[in-house]
Design a protein around this ligand. Structure first.
Ligand code: APR
Length: 236
C-alpha cells in the first residue's frame, strides 16, 4: 500500500501556527499582503520588511510544539516501514513540526523556515535565529545575500520531479488541512483522479475542492488524522 499525503497549514493550526486563508478572515494573508512579503520583487524592494516578517514566524515556530496530527502521521510512517508499505509525506508547510512529531521523511515543496539560502552561491544553511542583510554566508563568506529558504509566489516549488513520480505510484492520495488554493499542490488531487488513484480529504470543513475527493472526514486535524491513521492501521 503506497499512500501519498499532502499537508497544509491546517495540520499545524492546533500547534498555534496561523493558517493563510480562512472563512473568518483571520488568516495570515488577511493580516499581511503576500505581494509585499512573499515575492522576490518584495524582497528586492524591502528586504528588511520581508526579513522581519519571517523572523517573527521563525520565532513563533520555535515556541510551538507538534500536535497529535503530526505524531499520528509519524506513527503511520513507522508502522508502514515495518510491513513493506510506503508513506510519502509532502508538506506545503515551512515549519518543522512533522519532523519534531517524529516523521523522518518529509518533502517541503514550499521550503523551510528554519533554513536560509545564499543568493550568491545558493548554499542552504540551517538557520534558527534572526536573519538579516548583515548576515554572512557560511560558505562563500559574502554579506547581504542571505534570504529565507522559502518558495515565494512566482517561484518554482521544490522537488516536483520526485513528487510527481511518487504521486503516480501511489494507491491513495490524502490531503490534510489544505484549502487547495495554490498550484501545483492544489492540482495533485485531480492528477490522482486522472490516474485512477483513490482520494481522501481530512480538513476542519469541506475545502473549496472537496467535490474532487472520493471521501472526506471533517474536524480538527488532531482528532481526524489520529482516527484516520487508526483505521488505516486496523485494515488487513
Ligand atoms: N484542522 C484541520 N484543518 C484545519 C484546521 C484544523 N484545526 N484549521 C484550519 N484548517 C484548514 C482550513 O479549513 C483550510 O482548508 O486548513 C486549511 C488552511 O488553508 P490555507 O490557510 O490556505 O493553507 P494552505 O492550504 O496550506 O495554503 C497553501 O498557500 O500562501 C501559500 O505557501 C503558502 O503553503 C501555503 C499555500
Amino acid at each position: 500500500m503506497n499512500i501519498f499525503v499532502l499537508t497544509g497549514a491546517g495540520i499545524s493550526a492546533e500547534s498555534g501556527l496561523g493558517t493563510f486563508r480562512d472563512k473568518q478572515g483571520t488568516g495570515l494573508w488577511a493580516q499581511f499582503d503576500p505581494m509585499k512579503l512573499a515575492t522576490p520583487q518584495a524582497f528586492a524592494a524591502n528586504p528588511d520588511e520581508v526579513h522581519a516578517f519571517y523572523n517573527a514566524r521563525r520565532h513563533n515556530l520555535l515556541d510551538s510544539e507538534p500536535n497529535p496530527a503530526h505524531s499520528a502521521l509519524a506513527r503511520l510512517e513507522n508502522a508502514f516501514e515495518g510491513r513493506g508499505d510506503r508513506l510519502e509525506l509532502v508538506t506545503q508547510n515551512v515549519d518543522d513540526l512533522h519532523e519534531r512529531g517524529g516523521s523522518s521523511s518529509v518533502i517541503h515543496i514550499h521550503g523551510e523556515l528554519l533554513k536560509a539560502r545564499c543568493t550568491f552561491c545558493q548554499t542552504v544553511a540551517e538557520w534558527r535565529g534572526e536573519l538579516g542583510r548583515s548576515d554572512i554566508c557560511t560558505s562563500c563568506n559574502r554579506t547581504g545575500g542571505m534570504r529565507p529558504h522559502i518558495v515565494w509566489f512566482g517561484e518554482f516549488p521544490m522537488f516536483m520531479d520526485e513528487i510527481e513520480t511518487s504521486l503516480a505510484a501511489s494507491d491513495l492520495f490524502v490531503a490534510i488541512g489544505t484549502s487547495g488554493s495554490v498550484y501545483p499542490a492544489a492540482g495533485f488531487v485531480s492528477q490522482a483522479r486522472r490516474l485512477g488513484i483513490a482520494t481522501c480529504e481530512l480538513n476542519l470543513e469541506p475545502s473549496d475542492n472537496a467535490g474532487e475527493f472520493d471521501e472526506g472526514h471533517y474536524g480538527p486535524a488532531s482528532k481526524v488524522v489520529d482516527e484516520w491513521v487508526g483505521r488505516v492501521l486496523s485494515e488487513p
